[in-house]
Design a protein around this ligand. Structure first.
Ligand SMILES: NC(=O)c1ccc[n+]([C@@H]2O[C@H](COP(=O)([O-])OP(=O)(O)OC[C@H]3O[C@@H](n4cnc5c(N)ncnc54)[C@H](OP(=O)(O)O)[C@@H]3O)[C@@H](O)[C@H]2O)c1
Length: 271
């Protein structure tokens, strides 16, 4: 029997990419799954076959009241929460000097505060069930990436928050972890914010060469089952984290050169 049979799993951002793939795997393993997104029709349209095992809830995680209502709906329907995956997130691509600060605030509101709000309301139930709180962070949470100041800040903040929380909960049986995917094929780069906050609408990467959201979600689900502390995915991701620890100033140059080569890299504006 799957470790997730009849467990209640809450996933923020289930309408696309990694969150949608996580929900599908959890459902296939017999879990009761609650997902949220900002558009109920778009969200429920992603799961045409799912029945009573799925709860689709319209919630914008940057709004505290939406997060409280989402958690309350899950607890009312199924009595409690075993696993929370803070997955909802957006990205950006712009030089900080050219960036409207409202973009950085939006990234913090969704990627950081969204995780804080849902965790705050879900924690009493998860602690009672000795469950798991997971955050979908990024390599950008270990290594600041150029043209992603707001994104990196939000992921560093999320990791600091989760590490502190893990330590607080050390003797409660509640597990706290985060996972750092490398580049994963999804919608994230299409909707990534540009300098003025509008979506960049196209990805600078060849998405067909990236790890799939399904493979990434499979790694996350196994990691949750085994209560891993952290998972850093992809060879490139592991190398980046390791290089940054051992050779930080060389890493600055390597990371700069990598992002300079992206099509239409904003770093070119300083050339
Ligand atoms: N793809 C990558 O290369 C990559 C790498 C490292 C980390 N990650 C992280 O993985 C997570 C998932 O990203 P993804 O790649 O799967 O991107 P995605 O395909 O764009 O999916 C993002 C999900 O987050 C939801 N979302 C965004 N803003 C929200 C808000 N304010 N309230 C509620 N839901 C919101 C979206 O739903 P709606 O738009 O329908 O609301 C969507 O379901 C993110 O935290 C991202 O930072 C991704």
């Amino acid at each position: 029997m799957s470790a997730f049979q009849n467990k209640v799993i809450v996933i923020t951002g289930g309408s696309s990419g990694i969150g949608k793939a996580l929900a599908n795997i959890a459902l296939s393993q017999g879990a009761r799954v609650a997902v949220c997104g900002r558009d109920r029709n778009k969200l429920s349209g992603q799961f045409p076959q799912a029945g009573e095992q799925l709860l689709c809830f319209q919630a914008d995680v940057s709004k505290e009241q939406d997060c409280a209502a989402f958690v309350e709906a899950v607890v009312t329907k199924w009595g409690g929460i075993d696993v929370l995956v803070n997955n909802a997130g957006i990205s950006m691509r712009a030089l900080f000097e050219e960036l409207d600060l409202k973009v950085l605030k939006e990234l913090m509101d969704i990627n950081f505060w969204g995780a804080v709000y849902v965790t705050k309301y879900a924690l009493p139930s998860i602690r009672q069930r000795k469950g798991v709180i997971a955050g979908v962070s990024s390599i950008a949470g270990y290594r600041g990436l150029p043209c992603r100041t707001g994104y990196s800040a939000s992921k560093f903040a999320m990791q600091g928050f989760l590490e502190a929380l893990r330590t607080e909960l050390l003797h409660t049986g509640t597990h706290v972890m985060w996972v750092c995917p490398g580049f994963i094929a999804s919608n994230i780069r299409n909707v990534a914010r540009g300098a003025d906050g509008s979506a960049q609408k196209e990805t600078p990467l060849d998405e067909s060469k990236l790890m799939s959201a399904e493979e990434c979600a499979g790694i996350i689900i196994k990691g949750i089952e085994r209560r891993k502390r952290t998972i850093v995915m992809t060879g490139q991701g592991k190398l980046t984290v390791w290089m940054n620890k051992l050779f930080p100033s060389l890493s600055d140059k390597l990371v700069y050169n990598h992002f300079l080569k992206e099509p239409d890299s904003p770093l070119q504006h300083y050339k």
